[in-house]
Design a protein around this ligand. Structure first.
Ligand SMILES: NC(=O)c1ccc[n+]([C@@H]2O[C@H](COP(=O)([O-])OP(=O)(O)OC[C@H]3O[C@@H](n4cnc5c(N)ncnc54)[C@H](O)[C@@H]3O)[C@@H](O)[C@H]2O)c1
Ligand SMILES: O=C(O)CC[C@@H](O)C(=O)O
Length: 525
């Protein structure tokens, strides 16, 4: 039974889902890094929000871990490259809290426009400072949205409902999408020049880090108000403080901070700054949504192999997962076959999907082929990191699909090009789920692969099969299956035979010494 650790506060609905799906779930929140490190090795899955830091160090201790599920959007608390390198799938729930977070940004904009938190505190204190708090209307004002994805687009919609003008800066926002949203797409300087309110909704990346700095603030309208419900590192807190003090910025509403939990911050205590403790996603509806989603996604992956919303692996639907399973085995064997025969630097891999398989989601199959192919060269390769490793090594990976059936109703062909030669291997499924190699280097053959396989290329001349049989027999090696193929009579031939014992170097040398043999290798699948 798979075991999952929930290490941040999640709705109890998540535990129930794990239980209902037959997964043991432990809830242990507030663990120090060393405490998490000490126990993480027992778990197949880790469900988190933003408190748990899934560092390379934690991942190194997570020998059984297969999936990290983030109940929420941002995964900046997870070392995704380290997870990828270890074959751990990282998934999030990209839509479950978008409405809630967008509503928080709008609430923060109102709070800023009308000094609601300050007026609230003053009134509770019995001060009745009616003349102190003079707000601004939102109607007719321009809202500048930086990052117009899921949350930014909802903020835009709500702001339009408030009769604001909306301009957005997002290099990845298409003109069509901007038109659909009835907002104006602008460059960043135009947004700075025109916006009365600016709200941030990008992820924290190298490009967005410190996007609101002293330089940026200098380009803004005097009296601008800034809202950040995305990530703390998007703005330079020192520069914002200076700009509020100089009056260039009238106020800021911050849900997120450079260092969290933010127990102290240079902006705390400033009367023009409204703060919440990273509450953007904190509504019962959003927390229920993300907890249910993350538990379902993690359970699907652990129990069926279905992958949804992963950041480091192609998606596989629950419907596709059982259809892909037999192909996964075939794809792994073909990749491994090609990899075990590769002796020179890889330049390109081309994968053809022909017939029935061409109609399936082939991305995971390609990932498995690459894993098998790279395994002899990169010990740590897995299905999750294989495409990244191939890319890093400048291996050109291409896929073609042809739904028209050829000699086989379904076929995968892998052609590997090295600095020296190209070599191909193709396979199909017999009876719907039994992988068979049906072509090697263009030569037809029908072979099953197993733990100990002898692969021989030879000249098709009399006497070879008898000699090989006797040689193996003399060494006490039992032949389990025996498959032959040849290009033409007397031409290039191939032999694939499964044996019951490992083939030693001595045996292989003797096989290579047979007069008809060109190449002999022991393969393992
Ligand atoms: N405060 C909270 O509790 C809370 C809750 C949910 C999400 N968030 C954060 O909100 C952010 C946005 O979430 P989302 O679901 O809308 O993400 P999203 O991926 O749907 O949207 C992000 C948008 O940012 C844009 N973008 C990327 N690089 C950019 C750049 N250099 N300049 C301008 N735009 C750029 C992308 O094109 C995309 O449209 C994330 O950082 C997420 O972690 C915070
Ligand atoms: O889990 C939370 O409370 C914060 C979530 C939010 O930052 C996110 O990126 O989804």
């Amino acid at each position: 039974m798979p075991k999952v650790l929930i290490s941040d506060k999640l709705s109890p609905a998540a535990v129930q889902i794990f239980k209902d799906r037959g997964i043991e779930a432990d809830v242990k929140t507030g663990l120090a890094p060393d405490e998490l490190k000490a126990i993480i090795g027992q778990y197949d899955g880790l469900a988190i929000r933003s408190n748990t830091k899934v560092t390379a160090d934690i991942l190194a201790a997570a020998g059984n871990l297969k999936v990290v599920g983030r109940a929420g959007i941002g995964v900046d608390n997870v070392d995704v490259p380290a997870a990828t390198a270890r074959g751990v799938v990282v998934m999030n729930t990209p839509f479950g809290n978008s409405v809630t977070t967008a509503e928080h940004a709008i609430a923060m904009m109102f709070a800023l426009a009308r000094d609601i938190p300050q007026a609230n505190a003053s009134t509770h204190a019995g001060k009745w400072e009616k003349s102190k708090f003079m707000g601004v209307e939102l109607t007719g004002k321009t809202l500048g949205i930086i990052g117009c994805g899921n949350i930014g687009a909802i903020v835009a919609d709500r702001a339009l409902g408030l009769r604001m003008k909306v301009v957005a800066y997002d290099p990845f926002l298409s003109a069509e999408r901007a038109k659909d949203l009835t907002i104006e797409k602008v460059d960043l300087d135009t947004l700075f020049a025109r916006a009365d309110f600016i709200t941030l909704h990008t992820p924290l990346t190298e490009a967005t880090k410190n996007i609101i700095s002293a330089d940026a603030i200098a380009k803004m309208k005097k009296g601008v108000r800034i809202i950040n419900c995305a990530r703390g590192g998007l703005l330079v807190e020192e520069d914002l403080k200076a700009a509020i003090e100089s009056g260039q910025v009238a106020g800021a509403a911050l849900d997120v901070f450079k260092a969290e939990p933010a127990k102290e911050n240079i902006l705390f205590g400033n009367e023009h700054v409204v703060c919440t403790p990273h509450l953007g996603a904190s509504t019962s509806e959003a927390q229920e949504n993300v907890a249910l989603q993350v538990a379902e996604q993690m359970a699907d992956y652990l129990l069926t192999g279905a992958v949804v919303n992963a950041l480091n692996m192609p998606s596989v639907s629950a419907e596709d997962a059982p259809k892909l399973r037999p192909y996964m085995k075939l794809a792994g064997q073909l990749g491994s076959f090609a990899g075990q025969l590769t002796e020179n630097a890889l330049k390109a891999v081309s994968i053809e999907y022909v017939g029935v398989v061409a109609g399936l989601n082939t991305k995971p199959l390609t990932a498995i082929i690459l894993e098998g192919l790279l395994k002899p060269m990169v010990e740590t390769v897995n299905m999750v990191n294989a495409p990244v490793i191939a890319k890093d090594r400048n291996i050109d990976v291409s896929e073609t699909k042809n739904a028209r059936e050829g000699d086989y109703h379904t076929l995968i062909r892998v052609t590997v090009t090295t600095e020296v030669r190209s070599r191909s291997v193709a396979g199909t499924l017999f009876g719907g789920d039994k992988p068979r190699v049906v072509e090697i280097k263009g030569i037809p053959i029908e072979a099953e692969l197993g733990e100990h396989v002898l692969y021989v290329t030879n000249q098709d001349k009399p006497g070879f099969i008898g000699a090989l049989g006797s040689l193996l027999g003399q060494h006490g090696v039992n032949i389990a299956t025996f498959h032959l193929g040849r290009a033409e009579a007397g031409g290039d031939a191939i032999l694939l035979t499964q044996v019951d014992q490992p083939l030693t170097d001595v045996i292989l040398e003797e096989v290579r010494a047979l007069p008809q043999v060109v190449q002999a290798k022991a393969l393992s699948f």
